[in-house]
Design a protein around this ligand. Structure first.
Ligand code: ADP
Ligand code: MG
Length: 722
């Protein structure tokens, strides 16, 4: 009986995509075709309504309710012209993905016909049943309702399907008490906090801005694996990653995949996916192969944080959807294959005024440099003070396999700022002491500060938070995660730092020039946050020791990190900037802890069932065959030492596997905990090691059991057939 795995192999090898449209791509023509861009909305709205809306978008003012009716009408007309029959409020519950509930535009009229209706009320507010979304105790079970509220700062868009289209309206999602059940609400609130603090600070530099916001660009890594293999891998199906699988003889050692030419089928997929993204107004820019075989990356041009976060969700959705058209599965797990690089997401973050001034651009004139040094220092200060929050914002089960594993930044939060800036920081700190020589005002209002070449020393990939020319790059995000909470954290901790430094500066400025005042503020604040600056090798053991000496946090796993979320200082911070109230903070801790436990539970159940129902039977069959061979050879008087050795090895390992499964049952039966945080810690410290033992035995067996008995597609097949 030829093993079924070979059928999948053949199918994967012979895959040809069905007839796809020819990919002529007129980008300017199709870009934003499926989004209701502001230009289009302006054309369709009465002038006064448009002005009102614009104020909401640009300056964050509350939308006049009457205007909503006008916008709803324009939106409905636009969508139905595009063939949409339904609309949905599109929101981002704390599951980390997106949610939709479709409603038809059609309402029956008195004459027995039907007409398309969509009012301002329908636009502004929806009422999905929220009982199945995680609320972490925010929503009592008897109150199932949740509310979605239109976010006018992110454009509505059309999703196309072969059979039709529907309108998606980006919305926030909250409980009936107005508590945020989603990722968007805190993000919008943190934008406001950052805006307020930054505008106030800018005034000290004589700059009036309409609005200041964070800009974000997310580089996204992913794997593409033939679907045929995925169907036969219960672990990928339930957990998104391989829970077993021996390292192939050839992995990424040859580095021949990185930046190599893109395989034909993959390139077709990319072109198709990019086309869909362009239509949705997502400004995709770069694509290339990544380090591991079958690993790729995509990056857009940066946008305002809120829109960038929505677009990142759309990007993940489209990549997964289009991959299937090409017989591929897009894996975004942080560590789909053991022994090979996992996938991350780099969050590029900067601060920009509505007038287009990037506040982290070192710039050329000294005046610009003052501003730059102020905001640059504020970022470092915020990150230093709230390392725990940055760490928490990237903490989830999948990322635990990647962070600190010599392929991704360690769990210690530090910042790489490059040689040049490190030198400047050093001089600023020592400025006071050296004032007799250089006046201590280096780089502040005098041309002594050298122009900072862009991307100077941008090659340190081991840093979780690196300054790269005119932005910071937070590199510890997991591939599969929503970028929203990391953005929320950055926005909030930096808003606080800006506000504190603004106060400093206001005080210091009394009776002193801005140059002198700023010099003293920078000196004090850089001295404070200096420990977070690290330009060396983040992968090294020395850094672990050095970081400890500096008093930096090293929260290695998700269960280690999450409890810090509800520390007094953090609750106070989020409350002060009206980003999350105390209940909202606690609910997130609950939800993320539960998510960790659930993820691990699914993984454990899956590996257990693979071991028992796939590996055990296959190995027993092979043992039977070996035993027969040993017996036969004996009967014939032949030397059977080879088969005997093999038999013994396989049999011993199978016994080990059996013992590990028993241990697992034992650990699970005996596990006791007082709350979910302790449960998570115990899953991590007691269950994970047994999972590893189970895996080790299975991976051993994979190397010994006859290939035609082995039930699972192996790494070499999954990774090298494209
Ligand atoms: P690098 O090679 O340093 O990663 P890239 O120019 O390739 O730099 O940019 C990587 C990502 O950073 C892109 O998504 C880009 O849009 C984003 N980016 C560039 N400038 C900014 C900025 N000012 N704010 C936010 N993101 C930015
Ligand atoms: Mg980068």
């Amino acid at each position: 009986k030829a093993i079924q795995r070979y059928d999948n192999l053949a199918a994967a090898r012979n895959f040809r995509p069905g007839k796809t449209e020819k990919s002529t791509m007129d980008i300017p023509e199709i870009f934003g075709q499926n989004t209701l861009t502001l230009d289009k909305l302006e054309e369709r709205l009465p002038k006064s309504a448009w002005k009102d809306l614009q104020r909401t978008i640009d300056e964050g003012q509350t939308l006049n309710i009457d205007v909503a009716d006008a916008v709803a009408l324009a939106m409905k007309d636009w969508a139905t012209e595009k063939g949409a029959t339904h609309y949905t409020h599109w929101f981002q519950p704390l599951t980390g993905s997106t949610a939709e509930k479709h409603d038809s535009f059609i309402t029956p009229n008195q004459g027995g016909g039907a007409m398309a209706v969509f009012s301002g009320k329908d636009l502004i507010q929806g009422e999905p049943d929220a009982s199945s979304f995680p609320s972490g105790g925010l929503r009592p079970t008897f109150e199932a309702r949740g509310y979605t509220a239109w976010d006018p700062t992110s454009p509505a868009f059309i999703v196309e399907n072969q059979k039709g289209t529907y309108l998606c309206i980006p919305t926030a999602f909250a409980s009936w008490k107005g508590e945020a059940l989603d990722h968007k609400t805190p993000l919008l609130r943190s934008n406001d906090a950052l805006n307020k603090a930054s505008k106030e600070a800018l005034k000290l530099f004589g700059v009036e801005s309409k609005r200041v916001g964070s800009t974000v660009g997310c580089e996204q890594e992913y794997f593409l694996i033939d679907q045929e293999f995925v169907y036969r891998r219960p672990d990928i199906l339930t957990s998104g990653r391989t829970l077993v699988g021996a390292k192939p003889p050839r992995g990424q050692e040859l580095d021949d995949h990185y930046f190599g030419s893109i395989p034909e089928r993959v390139l077709s997929f990319m072109l198709d996916a990019e086309k869909e993204l362009y239509k949705l107004g997502v400004p995709v820019k770069t694509r290339h192969n990544e380090v591991a075989p079958s690993q790729y990356e995509l990056a857009p041009i940066f946008e305002l944080a809120n829109v960038a976060a929505d677009h990142q969700q759309l990007t993940m959705m489209i990549l997964k959807k289009i991959a299937k058209k090409y017989g591929l599965e897009c894996l975004m797990h942080e560590k789909p294959f053991d022994g090979l690089n996992g996938s991350g997401k780099h969050l590029n973050w900067s601060l920009s005024t509505a007038e287009g001034d990037n506040l982290l651009e070192p710039g050329e004139s000294p005046h610009e440099n003052m501003k730059f040094l102020f905001f640059f220092t504020a970022v470092l200060l915020g990150v230093y003070r709230h390392q725990d929050l940055l760490r928490i914002s990237v903490a989830h089960a999948g990322n635990d396999h990647r962070l600190g594993a010599n392929e991704a930044p360690p769990a210690i939060i530090s910042s790489f700022i490059g040689e040049q800036l490190a030198d400047i920081v050093e001089q600023l700190i020592n400025g006071g002491a050296k004032s007799s020589k250089q006046g201590g005002l280096l780089g502040l209002g005098t041309p002594v500060l050298p122009d900072l070449p862009k991307h100077a020393g941008d090659r340190n990939r081991t840093s979780p938070f690196a300054f790269t020319g005119n932005k910071f790059e937070f590199r510890a995000l997991g591939s599969n995660q929503s970028p929203s909470f990391p953005i929320v954290v950055l926005n909030t901790v930096i808003a606080e730092a800006i506000e504190d430094m603004t106060e400093d500066l206001k005080k210091a400025k009394k009776g002193d020039s801005i140059e002198k005042a700023l010099a003293s503020v920078l000196r004090a604040r850089l001295n404070e946050c200096k420990p977070v600056i690290f330009n060396g090798d983040g992968y090294s053991d020395d850094w672990q020791k050095e970081a400890k000496k500096r008093g930096l946090l090293n929260l290695k796993t998700t269960p280690d990190a999450i409890p810090y979320l509800t520390k007094k200082e953090n609750v106070k911070l989020f409350k002060k900037y009206k980003v999350l109230n105390e209940k909202e903070v606690h609910s997130r801790k609950e939800i993320w802890t539960d998510q960790y436990i659930t993820t691990r539970t699914i993984e454990v159940d899956t590996i257990e069932s693979i071991a028992k129902t796939m590996i055990y039977p296959a190995t027993v069959r092979y043992i039977g065959e070996l035993a027969k061979a040993v017996e036969k050879a004996d009967a014939l008087g032949l030397d059977n030492s080879g088969s005997k050795t093999m038999l013994t090895k396989v049999n011993n390992e199978l016994n080990k596997l059996g013992a590990a499964l028993d241990t697992l049952a034992d650990v699970q039966a005996k596990m006791k905990y007082k709350d979910s945080s302790e449960h998570a810690v115990k899953v991590e410290s007691e269950v994970l090691p047994v999972m590893k033992d189970i895996r080790d035995s299975i991976d051993f067996l994979e190397r010994y059991v006859a290939d035609d008995y082995w039930p699972l597609p192996v790494y070499r097949e999954m990774l090298f057939i494209k």
